[in-house]
Design a protein around this ligand. Structure first.
Ligand SMILES: [Zn+2]
Length: 603
């Protein structure tokens, strides 16, 4: 189907950015006011941040300014996300970003002056602070790892140069890489990054699926040395920074901002690798038998168990389904879902130049905006429920937290969103007793929710840890080392259930996450908390829901272990993770049972 131009999509399927500013004129006026306010704050406080009350007053005024700035950035940025082909929107967004960067650098004295104050002043400031308490406490913790002002200044000046590895990676991936067409049985197929990941990996015809995988890998391989060099520069730099700043090792340095212990990090990787593998191998064997494949390869893992069964859902129907599925979270949550549809928080449309995938962007103490590319599939309903989970988190934490303390640690970011996926699956299972439907829902939970978070991203996390171990011991990595590691990684997890064909070892080239520190493992961490809290809600009802809402409202005001404790999940032990892996196993057992009943296939 030809994609429409943005101006031709029905307004009802677009989001309403006038919820932020009535029109563009109002946004420019707000920007002018913000610039004046930034100048006033600089004039008032520069050189004067020595006393506790002044520090707190300055941070409080700055908080209001950043709130306005965030609204302006959302207005300009979201409009562009919906249509990157519109040059006027692009120019406007660039003007806004430029102004924001200027304001930020004009106010960068605030943090550096605060950090120069003696510890007792900082502690006194943190005590009297309300909205900026956690922000100040975090600054104090960072102080121990700060270098001399001259060195910090030099590092800040080098900031853009230090980002070069990621820029090189993205340029390779988004601009340089060019895929050749491939041919199967005389028919030619076009190939590209998203064509491969969104279509061919899920393609039901094994000949086309595997040929696409070969063609995709062959092209990736041409860029392996450049990509490895960029990645080596990135991890070497992270190691150097950890040494300069006096961390014990590169892991401590990267976990520091997440407020996560080494034990919590290692546990996700080790437990899932050991204990989830037998369950996932069984699922792979089931896929193989159901599809009648004589070999099961890495290129076959993303196919649906029952591809012909794919219920269609309209946007209007999705409202009813999501509303019912999330009703367990209470009337205020349902009201948020209704508002999302009524006030047009969601951009459903598919049009030329729009960002792919989906995301949710919150506007502090206002509402969230959700970008989707709606295709009338039940999987779109899951994506929307997921994004509404982020919106729900924002709603509760915005109301309870300051702008500074609003965002949870990366460790927990995906908990509210995956909770909604699980609640939606529970609801669907209750509404329709049909076996094939039931199997379709359960296998979706495995092949989407858990595969994505507990397998794809976790294998990345395992590999990343090996890379950092090499770098921490003073070594470096190249394409050969990285490919060997990734092959070993996949073989370790899949054993003899899945063949790892030539090209699978290049999976290390596919993710931008590697340039973002220890990020990949957090997907499984958030979903562990969500799974245990969901099981509690299923068992206990109201009290567990109340705890979940308190968890959402806590935002980023506490470290992850204390946050999860509010939801009744004790992540200081490995109990929740083990229980989650057992739960995944029980779902796979049921899928196998249903397949035996429906198709007479046994694994
Ligand atoms: Zn998400």
């Amino acid at each position: 189907m030809e994609l429409k131009a943005r101006r031709d999509v029905p307004v009802g399927e677009t989001w309403d950015l006038s919820l932020i500013f009535a029109d563009e004129g109002q946004m420019w006026a707000a920007l002018e006011e913000a610039k004046a306010e930034a100048a006033r704050i600089a004039e008032t406080y520069m050189g004067r941040l020595a006393a506790p009350e002044t520090i707190v007053a300055c941070l409080d005024e700055q908080e209001k300014l950043w709130q306005t700035v965030a609204r302006i950035s959302s207005y300009a940025g979201l409009a562009l996300e919906a249509d990157y082909t519109d040059n006027a929107l692009r120019e406007r967004e660039e003007k806004v970003s430029d102004a924001v960067v200027r304001m930020e650098s004009g106010l960068s004295f605030v943090d550096s002056e605060i950090l120069q104050a003696p510890d007792e002043v900082l502690r006194a400031a943190a005590e009297r602070a309300k909205g900026c308490r956690v922000y100040l406490t975090d600054l104090i913790a960072r102080k121990a790892h700060r270098l001399s002002p001259e060195t910090e200044k030099a590092l800040a000046a080098l900031g853009r140069a230090l980002d070069v590895p990621y820029t090189v990676y993205n340029t390779m991936k988004l601009a340089d890489i060019a895929f050749d067409d491939f041919t199967v049985n005389g028919r030619t197929y076009p190939l590209g990054y998203s064509l491969f990941e969104d279509n061919y990996e899920l393609e039901a015809d094994p000949a086309v699926r595997r040929a696409a995988f070969r063609a995709f890998s062959d092209t990736l391989r041409r860029y392996e040395n450049t990509t490895a060099a960029a990645y080596n520069a990135c991890v070497t730099q992270e190691k150097t920074m950890s040494e300069l700043r006096g961390f014990r090792d590169v892991f401590d340095s990267l976990l520091f901002p997440q407020k996560v212990t080494r034990e919590m990090y290692d546990r996700q990787i080790d437990r899932i690798t050991e204990r989830l593998a037998p369950h996932m191998r069984r699922y792979a064997r089931l896929l193989q038998k159901k599809h009648g494949l004589n070999r099961m390869t890495f290129a076959d893992l993303k196919i649906a168990l029952d591809p012909e069964y794919d219920p269609k859902v309209t946007i209007a129907e999705s409202h009813r389904i999501i509303r019912e599925a999330l009703a367990v979270l209470g009337a205020d949550y349902t009201e948020m879902v209704d508002r999302a549809y009524r006030e047009r928080w969601v951009d459903f449309a598919r049009n030329v130049g729009k960002s792919t995938g989906g995301f949710c962007a919150g506007v502090y103490r206002q509402n969230s905006f959700i970008l989707l590319n709606w295709n009338d599939r039940m999987s779109d309903v899951f994506t929307l429920a997921h994004e509404l989970g982020h919106a729900g988190q924002s709603m509760y934490s915005d109301a309870a937290q300051s702008f500074y303390d609003d965002d949870p640690s990366t460790y927990l970011v995906e908990a509210p969103s995956t909770m909604n996926e699980l609640l939606l699956a529970n609801h669907l299972l209750q509404t329709n007793p049909d076996k094939r439907f039931r199997r379709w829902v359960l296998s979706g939970v495995i092949s989407n929710t858990y595969y994505h978070n507990f397998v794809t991203h976790l294998r990345e996390a395992w590999y990343q840890r090996e890379v950092y171990r090499i770098v921490d011991a003073g070594g470096s990595v190249n394409a050969e080392v990285l490919s060997d590691l990734f092959r070993k990684n996949l073989e370790l997890f899949w054993g003899d259930a899945v063949e790892i064909p030539e090209g699978a070892e290049l999976t290390w080239m596919r993710q931008p996450h590697y340039y973002m520190g220890l990020y990949s493992y957090t997907y499984s961490a958030g979903l562990t908390v969500a799974t245990q809290a969901m099981l509690r809600i299923r068992e206990e009802g109201a009290p567990a829901v109340a705890d979940w809402k308190r968890f959402l409202a806590a935002g980023g005001s506490l470290p992850p272990a204390e946050m999860a404790g509010i939801a009744g999940v004790d992540i200081t032990t490995d109990g929740p993770l083990n229980a989650t892996i057992d739960y995944i196993g029980s779902l796979i057992d049921e899928i196998c049972r249903l397949t035996e009943e429906i198709d007479g296939i046994r694994v």
